[in-house]
Every structure is written in structure tokens, then in C-alpha cells.
Design a protein around this ligand. Sequence first.
Ligand SMILES: *Cc1c(COP(=O)(O)O)cnc(C)c1O
Length: 476
Amino acid sequence: MAEDDLAPVSAADLPSLDRLLGMPDFQAALADYGRTQVTAALRADLDACRGEALAGNLSRETLAPEAFAARVTRTLAARNRATLRPVFNLTGTVLHTNLGRALLPEAAVDAVMQALTSPANLEFDLATGGRGDRDDLIAPLLCELTGGEAATVVNNNAAAVLLMLATLAKRREVVVSRGELVEIGGAFRIPDIMTHAGAKLVEIGTTNRTHAADYRNAIGEKTALLMKVHCSNYEVTGFTKSVDVSEVAAIAKPHGIPVAVDLGSGTLTPLERWGLPHETTVQETIAAGADLVTFSGDKLLGGPQAGMIVGRKDLIAKIKKHPLKRALRVGKLTLAALEPVLRLYRDPEHLPERLTTLRLLTRTRAEMAAQAERLAPVLAQSLGEAYTVTAAPMVSQIGSGALPVEQLPSYGLAIAPAGGGKRGSGRALAKLEAALRGLPYPVIGRISDQTLWLDLRCLEASDEACLTLQFAELRA
Ligand SMILES: *Cc1c(COP(=O)(O)O)cnc(C)c1O
């Protein structure tokens, strides 16, 4: 090292901003980020250098033009990284609300790409040249698949329930069993939605038991709806009694009172066909006599975030006229994604290959076990002595309130701190979990029983190589 390099650098030695920006080292950053951002980042860096120089801490190599350019590029790259990023969902929960729920099938991706970049007949009737209704793009398909007479789509199922209640039950009464007054994650509570819709909740029965007579006795002058709500994320077991939709419908009909069912997840096809537990379908609910059914687009249905209301024509017509419908309507990207997803249901034989959600739910344990056997040694090598990694059976769940107590046999990686159960092993696991979250494609698992579990159900073969590469980064 030359004598010169060791001499302290003073603030007077700092190059000027304009001189640096004119240097070849800065041209790439200028092309990528533009003059405004590069100038601001460089000015901040020069200010920091000045501070260091005054404190006598500035080294000469800090002042090389390529060093300035590298620091500025690093700062701008970090600042411009997308905040919504793809992650690996190895939590074992397939429809994970915090990780974005359903993944869309190829057909939906293509349709969204088209809708993003091209004008479309969103509210334009191609037959007459007049104004169209965006619901008409998918209502016929929804009716065909569910047996409903009419349908409308809004932002999500919470919006669907709110809109339905605001239209049909404002300043009137809605009868709901105490066993169905659910809270869904993220502050959706049936009693609160009632209040916001201006409806009066009439609670009947008890937490564990509600009888037909409870519905019958609750009906009065002001009754607008009898409503049933899917329990979604919990189950009442033991000494229980609830009244099914057909019985509630039989009670309501003579009074001319509609029956509404919030199915939550709801599915359009009997899942037991693929060895999954039965989840009440929308068709079954309509056939049982529900006048209106609401359900989500991005739960078991496997589509984009949306809320469907399907049922009686006269009621749907009223709902569509409510001013809230305009506030809660879906955009063209949602409709573009929803249509091809719904269309997949016309061909149930191919559904498990084509509908991503169903494909993940029906993966075989053998397939996931083989994946775990391939990945375990790779991860073990990256983690070194401090942890043991084993390919292990585990259980996944569907998530988003569908069949909360049903578990799907799955396979994945179980990681434990070496030496097991020692003091500090909790900290070692938390540290590893954080490191996995810190990867370029964050890996999200779950910790329980002093083990970090990486469930491979949602790791499709096409993503395996990317995960393997990331494991290698962990070593650093
Ligand atoms: C999930 C769920 C909702 C909320 O649906 P979002 O689409 O998340 O708005 C409402 N009711 C029930 C019963 C649910 O399971």
C-alpha cells in the first residue's frame, strides 16, 4: 500500500457531486434510476463521507469513484425493491390469508395479462353497441355452476355480506343462531357487519344448540332475513344441534322471508371426489332452498379475491341497485381472472391438474416425501453442524376457514437445533426462521415443538430448483 493511502483524508479531498456524476462509473446507475434519484442518493453519501472525514475516520478507498457508484447503486436497488414480494409458503396452510390465499391457474394469468394491456368490453355490449353491465360477463357462468337464478360480484365476501344486509335488512331484523356468530380473521365479525349495514341482529338458540322452534319463534313483523353463517374457522362438537338450510327454508317460506347463507369458502364441486373431506357446495346450498348464498373467490374456489352473491333474481336485482354496490364493485383484472377459473369447473375431470388450489390439496404424500428426501441433505449441508434436518411426515391444512379441523397428510423438512432441547435452542430456531425470511425469496415455515417445520405441499416441482439455490445462500 502506498504511503498516500494511509494518510487521513480531509473533507476538502471529497470530489464534487457534478464531477462524480459525469464519470463512467455512474452511467449505469443513471440509466437505471435517473438523475433525480442518483443525485439525491449521491448527495446523501457525500454528506455521510463529510461527517466521517471531520471525525477523522474517512479512508481514501471510500473516495474512489467506483466506490461511490457501488454504494449509490446498492442504496437505490434496496430502495426500489418491490414491497410486495413472492415468498415460499411452506407453512402447511394452503389457503394462507396472510400469504395471499389462492394461487391463480395459468388460464387466469393469461387473461389478466390481456386485460392489463388492452381495452376490453368491461361495460360494453358487443351485440348492441350500447352500455353493458360488468356482472353480465360472468353471471351466466356462475348461475350455470351453482343453479342460482342470478349473480353479482363484489370486492370480497365481507363486502358481499355487507351489501346483502344493507340492501335487504336495513332497519329490520336478521335472525342468526348464537352458534354462528363468527369472527373471521382480520376483524370480520357477523354482529359488527350487521351494525354497519344498519340491520338489527336477533340472536337465537345457544352457543351449542339451536332448534327449528328458535327460528320459528323469532319471526315477527320486522324480520327481513333468516341467515345462516358457515362456522369456517372453528367447530362446535359434543352436545350440539343446528338447523340445516332446508329446514330453515321450510320455516321461512310460508312467511315470505328469504333465507341467506354466508358459506365463506364454499366450493363449486364435491371435494370428496378427490379424497378430500366434504365441504358444502354452493349448488347444495341453493338446492336446499337458500334464496341467497355469499362466498369468497380466493378460498377453495381457487380464484382471485372477490365476493359472490348468487340466488333469487328479484333479490339480486335489488342488491345491484344499492349505491354500495358501486363502491364495492370489482375491477376488470378480477373479472378477467375469475372467468377462466370458473370455466375450469365445467370440466371436473381435469380440475386437479388445472386448478392450482386443488392440485396442491391433492398432492400425494409419496410425491412430497420424495421431494423432502431430495431437499433434506441439501439443507443439512447448508446449515452445518448446528442443526439436524430430517425428511418427516407432517399435516397440512386447507386454511381460510375451510374444514378447520380436517388435516391433510403431508411431508416436509423438520429442522431442530443439534443437541435437542438444550437451553438456547428456541433462540437458535428463531434465528434460523429469521434467516429464511431474509432470503431473496423469503421462505416461510412454522415453529412448534422446538422444531422448524417446512411443509412441502405448496412447493411445486417447478420451484424446487429455486429453493435449493436459496438454501445454498443460507451458508453465508
Ligand atoms: C372468509 C369468510 C368471510 C370473509 O370473506 P373474505 O372474502 O375474506 O372477505 C366471511 N364469512 C365467512 C363465513 C368466511 O369464512
